[in-house]
Design a protein around this ligand. Structure first.
Ligand SMILES: O=C(O)CCC(=O)C(=O)O
Length: 311
């Protein structure tokens, strides 16, 4: 079968994510001012329902096809690691670019429940950076070492980015849920580390006070279909999955419309497969689509939507 690059199509391909037709239909997805304030102060919100059971089932099915490296469309991934764990007894599947490969991963970018929250937390038009898959199998799922997302993204600037993490399984402390360190988005930018390597590798870059803050880390337990959103400097990571249950997740990474490319020899992305934008030019084009244009999508309803700039 000749695979099609779904990234060239910005229309919906399935009926999985019906689009709002009125202000009322957008309203149900709004974060409260308390949630916006929490994001500002602590660097995250979680427990946000974004997917129903049918959407989760479809995403699980398409994921099961994509974990086989022989699947059609494999060439469209920006990065693809069947196992990114550096521990030979563990497995961490990690891939970026599924939206170009399977229809549900394409259409999820236009999920209005996701788009509303992304708009409120960015306070600007929402443009796609890329998506990510992180899967930990039962019994031998590997860690994702403590890190800050923006340390991998300095090839885009300014830092106006956002991560949305969605559970495709219930995720808890038994099967390797994420942990956050509340308030760590105020620490400033640290160097990047090996994601599938030593869980605690980041510690050698930290001050004694920051190391003490690890005692405050909190598990981000979510039900399947629920999401967390975090700031690009928030320190986060996840431990092994030794349970009998898998822990699958899909992520969307976006930035505020207007972010530019900062590709230079010392700040290249992790592979050559990322769609290229020359240094100094706006990140846009087929592979960096504007997912939500506030004026166009919300019309006059926009005046009643509180964003991070209003709290
Ligand atoms: O899924 C995980 O455990 C890690 C996810 C992650 O690093 C992220 O959300 O940026």
């Amino acid at each position: 079968m000749t695979a099609t690059d779904l990234g060239l199509n910005h229309e919906l391909l399935t009926d999985l994510f019906p689009q709002p037709e009125s202000a009322d239909q957008w309203e149900q997805y709004l974060l409260s001012d308390e949630q916006l304030l929490q994001y500002k102060e602590k660097g995250y919100v979680h427990g946000i329902r974004l997917l129903d059971d049918r959407q989760v089932e479809t995403l699980r099915h398409e994921l099961s096809e994509m974990v086989d490296p022989e699947h059609d469309g494999h060439q469209f991934f920006y990065e693809y690691h069947s196992n990114e764990s550096s521990n030979e007894n563990s497995t961490l599947f990690h891939a970026l670019g599924a939206w170009r490969v399977r229809p549900a991963y394409h259409d999820i970018l236009w999920n209005p429940a996701f788009q509303m929250v992304a708009y409120q937390l960015l306070g600007a038009g929402v443009r796609l950076f890329h998506d990510q898959l992180f899967s930990k199998p039962a019994k031998h799922g590997g860690v994702v070492a403590w890190h800050q997302d923006y340390s991998y993204w300095t090839w885009t600037t300014p830092m106006s980015h956002l991560t949305c993490w969605m559970g495709l399984d219930d995720a808890d402390t038994e099967n390797g849920c994420m942990y956050y360190i509340p308030g760590s988005h105020h620490w400033g930018l640290l160097d990047k580390i090996d994601l599938g390597g030593d869980m605690e590798g980041i510690r050698e870059l930290l001050t004694p006070e920051q190391i003490d803050d690890f005692d405050q880390r909190i598990p981000i337990e979510v039900k399947k279909g629920e999401a967390s959103f975090h700031h690009p400097l928030l320190m986060h990571g996840s431990y092994e999955n030794k349970s009998e249950r898998s822990r699958r997740a899909t992520l969307i990474n976006v930035f505020a419309d207007g972010v530019i490319s900062n590709r230079k020899d010392d700040v290249q992305p992790g592979s050559d497969n990322y769609p290229q934008v020359p240094s100094g030019e706006k990140m846009q084009g087929d592979y960096y689509p504007l997912l939500l244009d506030p004026q166009k999508n919300f019309g006059s309803f926009i005046d009643s939507i509180h964003t991070i700039n209003d709290v």
